[in-house]
Design a binder for this molecule. Structure first.
Ligand code: FES
Length: 162
């Protein structure tokens, strides 16, 4: 169960978000801009932040939730310290990227889009990362790992666990 935000501790962040909304009040597309800004400030879009945006903009929660969940660039849960992106583009897929992803799911005990309980890893599936010659490929933060086999995964993860 995800913990709620400590609103008191985030006073400055909410103030910054309010100033942003105030500066955009009469502009078109305020919701997308506000969600981007909120994610930049908080790192994700928890319910408390969505409620705040709803109150400040007058938009219904359902609309805000709908947009926040429709676009993959928004996340409703906090990201881990390290983000793993497994490429499921065509070149990687035909080279068994799914087996690499299955191994990660097993090793981390989470599904795609989730974060480990210790907050260390977030697992994502991505489109082509632009290095198909190395298929199957995954990225951890800015580092590319290519020509992967499922058996490589535990050692790679251990590098980040130290
Ligand atoms: S399809 Fe995976 S890097 Fe291009």
């Amino acid at each position: 169960m995800q913990k709620g935000l400590d609103l008191k501790a985030k006073e400055n962040e909410f103030r910054e978000l309010k100033e942003f909304i105030d500066s955009k009040r009469d502009t078109k597309g305020i919701l997308m801009q506000t969600l981007h800004k909120a994610q930049e400030i908080f790192g994700y879009l928890p319910e408390e932040v969505q409620k705040f945006i709803s109150i400040e903009t007058g938009m219904p929660m359902a609309e805000i939730y709908g947009v926040a969940t429709f676009y993959t660039q928004f996340t409703l849960t906090p990201k881990g310290e390290h983000t793993i992106g497994v490429c499921l583009g065509t070149a990687c897929y035909v080279k068994n990227a799914q087996l690499v992803l299955d191994k990660l799911i097993k090793e981390l005990g989470i599904n795609v889009g989730e974060t480990t309980e210790d907050g260390l890893f977030t697992l994502d599936a991505t489109r082509c990362l632009g290095c198909c010659g190395l298929a199957p490929v995954m990225m951890i933060d800015d580092e590319v790992y290519g020509k992967l086999e499922p058996k490589d995964i535990p050692d790679i993860l251990n590098k980040y666990r130290k």
